[in-house]
Design a protein around this ligand. Structure first.
Ligand SMILES: [Zn+2]
Ligand SMILES: [Zn+2]
Length: 135
């Protein structure tokens, strides 16, 4: 028999989400057929936000961040050999210094190497960065 050990998941990381608490089971309707249950977990996001997510969503990779961290439009874009896989830092203006900070992106090169680059390095019309520099 399958025994569900909710404790096994506490502290695990799925994307930006870390499982902090088991919230119980939630019944989901399945077209009047057999009842199904989802294990719900409270997760803490790297941004400080929280989200209650079903274990299935975590395991399938559907839920990797809280709702506050909307996936950036940049993720999935391809620049030469580089594909954007994550936003390390969003573009923002520092309120104190009034300095404008560009976005920092994590990109995966066609060779498998992952590097962090400034968004401007990819979108620069004059000389865009199109590979990781190692290949
Ligand atoms: Zn978040
Ligand atoms: Zn490369």
């Amino acid at each position: 028999m399958f025994v569900f050990e909710s404790d096994n998941y506490i502290g695990k990381k799925f994307g930006k989400l870390t499982v902090v608490e088991f919230k119980g089971r939630k019944e989901i309707k399945n077209d009047g057929k057999r009842k199904r249950f989802m294990q719900m977990f409270r997760c803490k996001c790297e941004c400080g936000g929280e989200r209650i997510v079903a274990l299935q969503e975590l395991q399938s990779g559907k839920a990797t961040r809280c709702k506050k961290c909307k996936p950036s439009k940049l993720i999935g874009r391809v620049y030469g050999k580089l594909t954007v896989i994550d936003v390390v830092r969003k573009a923002h203006k520092d309120k104190k210094t009034k300095k404008q900070w560009g976005a920092l992106l994590k990109v995966r090169c066609a060779c498998g190497n992952e590097i962090i680059v400034h968004a401007s390095a990819l979108t620069n019309k004059v000389s865009p960065k199109v590979s990781c520099g190692r290949c």
